[in-house]
Design a protein. Structure first.
Length: 396
């Protein structure tokens, strides 16, 4: 059977849309909306605190450090209290963090606010992914890809509204408005989020980290899946502009084409995974991303590169959701612990990759970078058999 085999005691799948699926989807939408709302605030934040580009870069690094600090903590708390409790508590504490960023009047206040913002979005990320795994088990259906699609949709809405609202009602008005919108999403989600069973007997080992290699290998898959995504986000436009002669407007199509195909395939990904299973889906996705990145790397004009990025988006779309589902279904390990390892490793790639890619590109050019990145997905392809845990197969 391609679908999960251990999710429901009745042995039957639930309907496609349930209240619990709606609840966790709204959490992803809220988290993505908050993250998307942060992007338009960055220029004003930097100007208010008189930050140079290097200083702003360090504060953005603080955002990533906050995520990496809070994610493992969230994993251990999920084992104790369940993903529902941790998801809702972290979401509630996360709500006012953009207000704190908007009110920060000194650099140190800004550092603390950004650290909390990054830390709490990371903690919520682990918890809502763990809850999505629990809903998958309850429904006997794959839902992780569509949950991540809702996150992408929230990010798009938050980023799209941000500039308009800042212009129309000011920085403080924007912060208050988006906080109210996020609060409404949380209130609607609150009674619908699945209450899962805590796993106190499976809390973090005494050494503080899982001792078995499986979560680290799946974390490596997530890391190698996310580095190319970050590379296209941060360097795709510059590659089109500087190396392929694209216009300023056309250079933005690199990430736009990638995002469009990724979002579409994430909404479709659950149906594909239910039909063909996680292993086959991951192998197809890995192959598509390899092909797309190679096309982008060898392109001699911007149009071909944009097509390559669009194909890469088809592939990369469901690689991370499958890795997260596998992390939450590892045998003998609480979902929160496995997810904390995998999400921390995955997002550390987004944190480290941009600066490393910039250093490499300075010496070799971005075309060489995009020709190298497919090797990371070759590794994911070779490890794809581990994706069976995403279907709840769960046997070593």
């Amino acid at each position: 059977m391609n679908g999960p085999t251990t999710f429901s005691p009745t042995g039957t799948r639930s309907s496609y849309l349930t209240r619990h699926r709606l609840g966790v989807s709204l959490l992803f939408l809220m988290n993505g909306f908050m993250m998307g709302s942060w992007a338009p605030k960055i220029p004003e934040f930097a100007a208010r605190l008189s930050l140079s580009e290097s200083a702003l870069g360090l504060i953005i690094l603080v955002f990533g450090i906050g995520s990496l600090v809070f994610m493992p903590i969230a994993g251990s708390q999920i084992a104790r209290f369940g993903s529902r409790t941790v998801s809702l508590v972290t979401a509630a504490i996360f709500l006012p963090t953009l207000l704190f960023i908007s009110w920060a009047g000194t650099v140190w206040a800004g550092v603390i606010a950004v650290f909390l913002f990054g830390g709490l979005t990371g903690a919520m990320d682990v918890a809502m992914n763990a809850n999505a795994v629990a809903v998958e088990r309850d429904m006997r259906r794959a839902i992780m890809s569509s949950c991540h699609a809702f996150w992408s949709l929230g990010g798009l809405i938050g980023a799209g509204l941000g500039g308009y609202l800042i212009t129309a009602i000011g920085v403080q008005g924007h912060a208050i408005a988006l906080t109210v919108i996020a609060l409404v999403l949380l209130v609607i989600a609150w009674p619908r989020v699945l209450a899962d069973r805590p796993h106190p007997e499976e809390e973090r080992p005494k050494g503080g980290l899982p001792l078995t290699p499986l979560p680290w290998i799946i974390g490596l898959m997530a890391l190698f899946s996310m580095i190319p995504e970050g590379a296209i986000l941060d360097w795709g436009a510059l590659y089109l502009r500087n190396e392929l002669g694209a216009s300023v407007s056309q250079s933005g199509f690199a990430f736009a084409a990638f995002s469009m195909t990724m979002a579409a395939m994430r909404f479709a990904g659950d149906l594909v995974r239910d039909r063909f299973g996680a292993v086959t889906t991951l192998r197809f996705c890995s192959a598509m991303s390899i092909i797309g990145l190679l096309i982008a790397g060898v392109a001699d004009n911007s149009t071909i590169a944009i097509i390559g990025f669009a194909i890469a988006g088809i592939g990369i779309s469901n690689m991370v959701p499958i890795a997260f589902s596998a992390a939450g279904n590892m045998p003998g390990l609480a979902p929160g612990i496995g997810l904390s390892v995998v999400t921390t490793m995955g997002y550390s790639g987004i944190l480290v990759a941009p600066s490393a890619i910039g250093f490499i590109a300075e010496h070799t050019g971005l075309a060489s970078v995009f020709l190298f990145l497919p090797l990371l997905h070759v590794v994911v392809l070779l490890l794809s058999r581990l994706a069976r845990h995403a279907d709840g197969a769960g046997k070593e």
